[in-house]
Write a protein that binds this ligand. Sequence first.
Ligand code: ADP
Ligand code: MG
Ligand code: MG
Length: 253
Amino acid sequence: MATLEIRDLHVSVGDGGEGSKEILRGVNLTVKAGETHAIMGPNGSGKSTLAYAIAGHPKYTVTGGTVTLDGEDVLDMSVDERARAGLFLAMQYPVEVPGVSVSNFLRSAVTAVRGQAPKLREFSKEMKGAMDALSIDPAFAQRSLNEGFSGGEKKRHEILQLEMLKPKIAVLDETDSGLDVDALKVVSEGVNRFGAAGETGVLLITHYTRILRYVKPDFVHVFAGGKVVADGGPELAEELENEGYEKYVKAGA
Ligand code: ADP
Ligand code: MG
Ligand code: MG
């Protein structure tokens, strides 16, 4: 079973030298295929930094600790290698790309991950099937990538990628702003489908507890001050919804 293991991860913004700032201060986390984990924490606690570090974003420097996927050193892999190894990082392609359609983009992504281009006809069939399952309008495939996408459409595209790429581990950073109810539902339904299928481990990063009204995570981790400060089950999300992060912020300081 696929396992992502994060051990004592330390990450700085910048090149790791003088003037860089340590954001992650010893993160420990294990995510297995078939499990849904929620990371929740206040703004500025380093949640997105964790996602970027797993993705291999050049602005973030790992100064200590390890990240492995089935024992393989993820930190040693290029961004493409991470995708081929079965990691899906939702924020990897947030940019608008005029002239590149959703369909073209998906075909490139599938080619990159599978190591060879799928036959056009088979790919089209597969894509139609996935879009059908997600109730996405067929016209969506011809839209330019992210251009004028609503929050809900961006999320739909994200989940469509998941459906097509079938990663071992998916890291979804639901950024704290601009996630309307429509978008929230799309993400939730996608995550629940993947959770039920049991083949993908999902790490859902979020500030808002309300998404957990729709998604039932198996594990909840509270993030504060650049590390995980509490672990629990769905009951922990409920506690956070009622009481907020205050007591954990103090613990993480
Ligand atoms: P969260 O996602 O939990 O809101 P972030 O990981 O975005 O937290 O940010 C954690 C801290 O790191 C914040 O203090 C933020 O200002 C800082 N930080 C993150 N990315 C950068 C960056 N590229 N440059 C400078 N500071 C950054
Ligand atoms: Mg440490
Ligand atoms: Mg964030």
